[in-house]
Design a binder for this molecule. Sequence first.
Ligand code: IMP
Ligand code: MG
Length: 181
Amino acid sequence: MCRIKKIMFGEDELKRIVSDVADKINSDIKRDGIDKLTLLCVLKGAAVFASDLARKIDVPDLRIEYIRASSYGMGGVSRGNVAISGLTSEIENSDVLVVEDIIDTGRTLARMREYLKDKNPKSLRFCGLFDKPDRRVADFEADYIGVKIPDEFIVGYGLDYAEKFRHLPYVAVIEPSDDEQ
Ligand code: IMP
Ligand code: MG
């Protein structure tokens, strides 16, 4: 088992971070006159963030849709091959906001951007709750970031280690044990 080393963001801090990012999104939506938005949640990690964020987005017509991105293999960060699946709705001519838990190497969202652009949305923006800019490999920057963090592996508030810890209401740094590497 791996241990929780320290708490990085408590519940109140997470609420503030989510509210701040929602404020930025809302002001852009207003500026751009968007009254219908598709919030596209990247499963599984962004499910908790997306459900809190969605309730703070101020558009009369908000659709919540889901898409799956998986890097091959379990238990850690992406290894370069990203499989995208599970989009069940049309996004052609829609304003789309992709919601992701964390941007690490950037490969997942770089690949996601290509995949979604092919479907001709009216606009396509990306929001990541956490960003580890020091780890970037792919050429990708999100339009909205909740908070930048150092290069540490975090869990909780939707983020997992080998499918565990997603339910924690706070975000913590873990120390993986050798037998699980
Ligand atoms: P990227 O393709 O390297 O940007 O990785 C993005 C994906 O890697 C995220 O959607 C997460 O699933 C996973 N990931 C990267 N860093 C962490 C972390 O610190 N905790 C949990 N998952 C992470
Ligand atoms: Mg993920």
